[in-house]
Design a protein around this ligand. Sequence first.
Ligand code: ADP
Ligand code: MG
Length: 256
Amino acid sequence: PAGPRPIIEATEVSRNFGAFVAVDRMSISVREGEIVGLIGPNGAGKSTFFNLLSGVMRPSRGRVVFDGADITKLSPSKRARLGMLRTFQLSREFSRMTVLENLLVAPQVQLGEDLLPLFTRRREVDEIERRHFDRAKEVLAIAKLEHVENNRASDLSGGQKKLLELARTLMVDSKLILLDEPGAGVNPALMKTLSDMIQMLRNDHGKTFLIVEHDMDLIASLCTSVTVMAEGRTLVSGSFDEIRQNRQVLDAYLGG
Ligand code: ADP
Ligand code: MG
């Protein structure tokens, strides 16, 4: 009965802030090729759990295994080298750079390498490795951002910024991509582009996704399975059709 193997497995992961338990023995298993949605009311612990998976925070207890290796104590950049990437919000530093430049520095950003050598030769595009440049051009096409490649990232629309955040992960080889609210602030037209892009990356490039998202239409159209969190724990998981009929899910949302 062996389906695709799990690419990431968290087992009884917890995180306390003082006496408060934000994530309480959460377990999750994501198989290769899945697009798993993580939803739940505000304060459920989604962002904290996401941070525990991506390595931004350490769990108080529990274990995270990625692609067969225990990564519980690894930094985000070490996780990235193993093939687990997450999106980064555009910080002020990167907003000043163009879309193309954001892609060219993405491997260094994700892998935690020193940015300085790259910045010093930033204007000399022909000095930047052709490999990165060629890949950036491919990624611009995938993300439908070719027409704005020389625009400052700060001048993009909310939706284009989200496309760029996802595009930056494509500059590095990866198996699993963690998305934190990819749909936030995205208009309906670009939501379709974003959704198509995620679907295509899964179908044609073999990527696996774990997505924290509030937009139920995006979750319903994309996700192969959904885990609902409430009060730091899994309330229920299953297909979107299964979880939407669950009384507790309705209560958790309606009760806030
Ligand atoms: P969600 O993303 O589902 O809205 P969070 O993971 O952001 O939930 O937060 C879960 C709970 O943990 C909330 O009650 C929040 O106030 C608390 N929390 C999150 N981060 C911290 C922190 N750094 N220090 C103290 N409490 C925190
Ligand atoms: Mg959150």
